[in-house]
Design a protein around this ligand. Structure first.
Ligand code: OAD
Length: 244
């Protein structure tokens, strides 16, 4: 595997909630993924927001409080260091926590948005299309637009919504055009992200999965490292450095 990685001109990583698990952010489908007996699939939807915006915002307020305290772990840091080593190194992430960027990664494509940004549901002006809201905890739940007083919503992609074209197009292009594809800490159950490793496999790209549990991808990738990202990635980085 290491020979394939060292030869690679372009390396692409797809990350999911598992890479932030060792930063104490609960994964979605893990044991601690439930919030007050609600699964993310029940809350992270446009329908849930229409029915009960306060409940949906309480859920996001809870996740924002956890994320605000979280620091990048050795897995995030190892990927940030790898970006400096390879000519072309990209992360496509399903996470909205910003920890890759906090770790120092610059080429990050956020498929599902950014939990620190919000937008007006009425799209009332250019300024409220997308703006940061770092308040922790939120003073008002649900929060309202400073311009028109309509509801604000988190700038994240909910179940049933489509991923905006720019990050999706970039992710599709990168997944089919690289020399080494790593899929790290995702259950590979949510589309379209779950299909990206399959595009890489179909394009005959060398694929590696890092996950302590088996997934639907385990049998079809070239290699699976059955372990935690926070230990597997620093080990991989050490291995790379031996050849520099
Ligand atoms: P999941 O919660 O579905 O899966 C997390 C994966 O991380 C599982 O396969 C775990 O085995 C693995 N894992 C746990 N600890 C790990 C560790 N220390 N190192 C490596 N892997 C570990 O999260 P995602 O696959 O990211 O979407 O979920 C995809 C999307 O579904 C999310 O982005 C979110 C969610 O609901 C939206 O909110 C739209």
């Amino acid at each position: 595997m290491i020979d394939k990685l060292l030869e690679a001109k372009r390396v692409v990583c797809l990350t999911g909630a598992g890479i932030s698990a060792e930063s104490d952010i609960p994964t979605f489908r893990g044991e601690d993924g439930m919030w007050k007996n609600h699964s993310p699939e029940e809350l992270a939807t446009p329908g849930a927001f229409v029915r009960d915006p306060a409940l949906v915002w309480e859920f996001y307020n809870w996740r924002r409080e956890i994320i605000a305290k979280a620091k990048p772990n050795p897995g995030h840091l190892a990927l940030a260091e790898m970006e400096k080593i390879f000519d072309d190194f990209y992360i496509i992430t399903q996470n909205v926590d910003g920890l890759h960027q906090k770790a120092g990664s610059e080429k990050v494509i956020e498929l599902h948005g950014d939990i620190w940004y919000v937008r007006c549901t009425e799209d009332c002006s250019q300024e409220t299309k997308l703006f940061p809201l770092y308040e922790i905890p939120l003073k008002e739940i649900p929060p309202h637009c400073p311009k028109c007083n309509a509801l604000l919503r988190p700038h994240v992609v909910w179940f049933g919504e489509t991923i905006p074209t720019p990050p999706l197009d970039a992710a599709l292009e990168l997944s089919a055009n690289n020399d080494f594809f790593m899929v790290i800490g995702t259950s590979a159950m949510v589309q379209p992200a779950a299909s990206l490793p399959r595009y890489a496999i179909r394009s005959k790209i060398y694929t590696v999965e890092i996950n302590p549990e088996k997934t639907a991808l385990t049998e079809i990738v070239d290699e699976c490292i059955l372990g935690k990202a926070g230990s597997a990635l620093p080990l991989l980085l050490e291995e790379i450095k031996k050849y520099l």
